[in-house]
Write a protein that binds this ligand. Structure first.
Ligand SMILES: Cc1cc2nc3c(=O)[nH]c(=O)nc-3n(C[C@H](O)[C@H](O)[C@H](O)COP(=O)(O)OP(=O)(O)OC[C@H]3O[C@@H](n4cnc5c(N)ncnc54)[C@H](O)[C@@H]3O)c2cc1C
Length: 259
């Protein structure tokens, strides 16, 4: 076990201090909710039983023409490895905070560049599973198991130009603590645009608010609480539904609270 204080560990800086099981071996941990870097999580004061992968799953290895990466490996480490080894397809990890397990579960990415694009297979407690056997789409996968390791295509040619493009996309992201985009973009629409049109841009409840520069970022302005975040989420969904008939789906995951 290790103690994690989510008000410092999570990117949105909200949550209690709790004991988290550290997983050091492949096995069945279905009674636990697996966390990575908590960059996509809003943790309530009463979270479920949590687990996290241990150091053993923090690795990058070239094996038989593939790149094998441990589920606990951070995006920054993967990006620098790709850069120094001149490996293509990992440029999207530029300022995309998370661990490989979290990125695979969320199919994290930017526009058409997604974590699953060059994924080959994942290793769960049931062994290696080919990517084609798991449904995945924009910010969604049907993955129910813990990812201990993943295998990617190994192609040469790290692209610094692509890195510049991703840097530019990130330039207008709010600097306040957040969990990235709060809602998924509805089909053929943008959550940020709908929030803006519904008057939510810059809207505050206590010390939480939708960013003035990027309406779909729920930001912590300092000492923001779980309840303030939930109030804003509920109000945003209600107003966007009332005004535009669109039911916004959360991209961030709320732990220990029904949304
Ligand atoms: C400033 C900022 C910018 C961001 N920009 C983007 C962006 O451009 N695009 C984007 O897609 N996301 C973005 N995000 C969200 C976040 O970076 C991604 O969702 C990332 O994949 C989260 O990884 P994590 O390790 O922190 O996962 P967590 O937040 O800890 O968990 C997320 C999900 O992954 C699951 N999970 C974690 N580890 C494993 C594992 N080993 N096996 C199976 N499931 C696991 C969890 O159960 C949970 O369902 C941003 C976040 C921030 C704070």
């Amino acid at each position: 076990m290790k103690t994690i204080n989510f008000s410092t560990y999570s990117s949105i800086r909200i949550g209690p201090e709790v004991g988290v099981k550290v997983i050091d071996d492949i096995g069945d941990f279905s009674e636990f909710y697996i966390i990575g870097g908590a960059n996509n999580l809003l943790v309530s004061p009463n979270p479920p039983k949590l687990a996290i992968l241990g150091k053993r799953y923090d690795f990058i290895k070239e094996i038989d023409g593939y790149l094998h990466i441990g589920g606990a490996t951070k995006s920054g480490k993967i990006l620098s490895f790709a850069k120094h080894s001149n490996i293509a397809n990992f440029e999207l990890m530029q300022k995309l905070p998370g661990t490989l397990g979290g990125m695979i579960k969320m199919n994290a990415g930017l526009k058409e560049w997604e974590t699953w694009n060059h994924l080959v297979a994942i290793k769960t407690k049931d062994g290696w599973i080919e990517k084609s056997r798991i449904k995945h789409s924009y910010r969604h996968t049907d993955l129910k198991e813990i990812v201990f390791e993943a295998k990617f295509e190994l192609q040469k040619g790290f692209d610094p130009k692509l890195l510049e493009i991703f840097k530019k996309f990130r330039d207008n992201q709010p600097q306040f603590p957040s969990a990235g985009s709060c809602f998924k973009n509805p089909p053929n629409n943008f959550a940020g645009k709908l929030l803006d049109m519904a008057g939510l841009k810059g809207k505050r409840v206590g010390n939480m608010g939708f960013s003035k520069s990027h309406a779909n970022f729920l930001i912590n302005l300092g000492g923001g609480t779980f309840n303030e975040a939930i109030k804003l989420i509920d109000e945003a969904r209600k107003r966007v539904d009332e005004e535009f008939g669109v039911k916004l789906e959360l991209e961030i995951e709320v732990l220990g609270h029904q949304t």
